[in-house]
Write a protein that binds this ligand. Structure first.
Ligand code: NAD
Length: 345
């Protein structure tokens, strides 16, 4: 099958190339993001392969069938960037990667927590400059602290397990409690109680209308002053402007982000020779207690291998049977409920 891979990076070529070896698929890799301006580049392909910041909206989907495209194969589990109703209207199948190493994201989450707490990023620079002073590097013991995990699916479960291992008390909020977490000693509480009691709050829910700006002005009112907020889920789960206010007021004592509401114009690119025109993001960078990574939590050898193999399996199955292995559609959601977003990057 001819497949146009959008937002393709060298590592996509490496992992998809390896997974697709012998499959007979013809993959052409394009650096641009999928958008209405670039969708014409898919001409002649039967499938497009898209990532988290590609725009798979109604207009883009409407432009694809006339070019021969019948499948959108997402290299992610999250599908908040896809208009599923428009895909159905256009007769386009959407497939995704429902699960890959949850450890990748969970371990990165804990890396953010540990770095923000013990300030190893600052210590690294200081020591290289011969500055061995400890002022400003004071952290706290994780043992005995309370961590609040919002969303206890695959990633939240692993995060909970690791934090319990550190000796934290783990509280959770999830409309669908996970029995494995309950078995480990995680206690489900209402969101307000979680915010009120937690020294660390870590977000692991999908981006849906219900979770859009879940952490905003109202949530800040319930937070423990000086708490640590970590978001490795989706940028818009957090209202960044409200969080900026929370940082200035000291309600948020430290902030770790791997995702950002407006990351589509920033992340995955080397912009080091340009200025950042997003004033909110630029302001965030001025805080010493803010640590941002550019949507890299999924970025491990194991996760990329998994993503590539599942993506190729989706394409192969669609070519042979007309059905992808892991389809997502409005009908399916209506029938089975919202599927697990998996460890979507
Ligand atoms: P999952 O589907 O296994 O778990 C999500 C959990 O969130 C479910 O238990 C669900 O019940 C819960 N949930 C749904 N609505 C909620 C709400 N309103 N409040 C609290 N919880 C709610 O997904 P996962 O594999 O654990 O992934 C979680 C999220 O992590 C994904 O949606 C994705 O956005 C994000 N992610 C980010 C990266 C990255 O690289 N930064 C990589 C993978 C996934």
């Amino acid at each position: 099958m001819r497949v146009t891979v959008f937002s393709a990076k060298p590592y996509d070529r490496r992992f998809l190339g390896r997974a697709g070896d012998g499959s007979g698929h013809e993959l052409s890799y394009l650096e641009p993001r999928l958008s209405l301006e670039t969708s014409g580049l898919a001409a002649g392909a039967e499938a497009v392969c898209a990532f988290v910041n590609d725009e798979v909206n109604r207009d883009v989907l409407a432009s694809l069938p006339s070019q021969g495209v019948r499948l959108v194969a997402l290299r992610s589990a999250g599908f908040n960037n896809v208009d599923l109703e428009a895909a159905r209207d256009q007769g386009i199948t959407v497939a995704r990667v429902p699960a890959y190493s949850p450890y990748a994201v969970a371990e990165h989450t804990v890396a953010l927590i540990l770095t923000l707490n013990r300030k190893t990023h600052r210590a690294y620079n200081r020591v290289r400059e011969g500055n061995f002073a400890l002022d400003g590097l004071l952290g706290f013991d994780l043992a005995g602290k309370t961590a609040g995990v919002v969303g206890t699916g695959k990633i939240g479960e692993v995060v909970s397990k690791i934090l319990l291992g550190f000796g934290c008390t783990v509280l959770a909020y999830d409309p669908q409690p996970n029995p494995v977490c309950e078995g480990m000693g995680v206690r489900y509480v209402p969101m307000e109680e979680l915010l009120f009691s937690s020294h660390i709050v870590s977000l692991h829910c999908p981006l849906t209308p219900a979770t859009h700006h879940l952490i905003g002005a109202e949530a800040l009112r319930h937070m423990k002053p000086g708490m640590m907020l970590i978001n490795t889920s989706r940028g818009a789960v957090v209202d960044t402007r409200a969080v900026l206010r929370g940082l200035k007021e000291g309600i948020i004592g430290s902030l770790g982000l791997d995702v950002y509401e407006e990351e589509g114009d920033l992340f995955f690119e080397d912009l080091s020779q340009r200025f950042i025109s997003d004033d909110v993001f630029a302001r965030l960078l001025t805080f010493p207690n803010v640590l941002i990574t550019g949507h890299q939590a999924f970025f491990t050898e194991e996760a990329l291998t998994n993503i590539a193999e599942t993506t190729i399996a989706n394409i192969t199955s669609f070519e042979r049977t007309g059905r992808a292995v892991h389809e997502v559609s409005v009908e399916r959601i209506a029938r089975e409920g919202k599927p697990s977003t998996g460890t979507a990057a």
